[in-house]
Write a protein that binds this ligand. Structure first.
Ligand SMILES: N[C@@H]1[C@@H](O)[C@H](O)[C@@H](COP(=O)(O)O)O[C@@H]1O
Length: 240
């Protein structure tokens, strides 16, 4: 483990090793009494979820709070993040309560306030994050302020393009999402962020060694006291 900026950086050989390393962070947090887990979607966390599913860890007394959801997609839509969580974790490892922003609530004010109330009532012990190629966390795109709470996001062209692989074509990718804000993410007691592959290398370097700036939302993690970063060699390749 290397200490870079304010972060503990662990470099692993591949996603399977990253799944094991991530699993260990969860296991330790649970041993230390974590009750609320902040969860993420995307391809990056999948090997961690696989490892959690294969484990004997029990989440039935815990609460999960997810980062984000596409506006307009219901929990049973195969590309919704709620559905993703069911498939990759919740069906095998149910929690006492699992919260995902309600993509079917088109009333922005009501949907975002309701989710902020959920986060306030369930302070997050460990927040898992993936990293967007443009440095986004959750769906907090470049320009999002550090003190942001849950909000509706117009996805950037690059995020829509990056996520199009999960849909039949780019036209089907929702244009908006509800996302937990950066301020809410930074309130988590501990943060685990994971990135794999060359396409993430520039964002990783900017997150860890660049200036703290809304241009790179992940750079705000430099201000958090307890961040673990798991990277493969390719994602770490632009670190000094
Ligand atoms: N909203 C999600 C993020 O939470 C995720 O971190 C990012 C990276 O995805 P992947 O892990 O597939 O590279 O994609 C999406 O935009």
């Amino acid at each position: 483990m290397k200490q870079l900026a304010n972060m503990n950086v662990q470099i692993v050989s591949d996603k399977i090793a990253g799944g094991q390393a991530g699993y260990q962070v969860f296991e330790t947090a649970l041993q230390q009494g974590a009750k609320v887990l902040g969860l993420a979607t995307g391809s990056t966390p999948v090997t961690i979820y696989d490892r959690l599913v294969a484990s004997d860890l029990d989440f039935s007394q815990l609460t999960s709070v997810n980062l984000d959801e596409y506006v307009g997609l219901s929990a049973d839509h195969p590309q919704s993040y709620h559905y993703f969580m069911q498939q990759h974790l919740f069906d095998a490892k149910p929690f006492a309560h699992s919260y995902v922003p309600d993509g079917t609530n088109l009333d922005e004010q009501a949907a975002t306030t309701a989710y902020d109330d959920i986060i306030a009532a369930n302070p997050i012990d460990l927040q898992l994050l993936g990293l967007g190629q443009n440095g986004h966390i959750g769906f907090n795109e470049p320009g999002t302020p550090a003190d942001s709470t849950t909000h509706k996001v117009a996805l950037t062209a690059s995020t829509i393009a990056a996520n199009a692989r999960f849909f039949d074509n780019a036209d089907e990718v929702p244009r908006y999402a509800y996302s937990m804000g950066i301020g809410s993410i930074l309130k988590a007691k501990q943060i685990l962020i994971v990135a794999y592959g060359e396409a993430k290398a520039a964002a990783v370097a900017a997150m860890i060694q660049g200036p703290v700036t809304p241009d790179v939302p992940a750079s705000f993690l430099q201000t958090h006291p307890n961040v673990t970063v798991i990277l493969d060699e390719a994602a770490a390749s632009r670190l000094d």
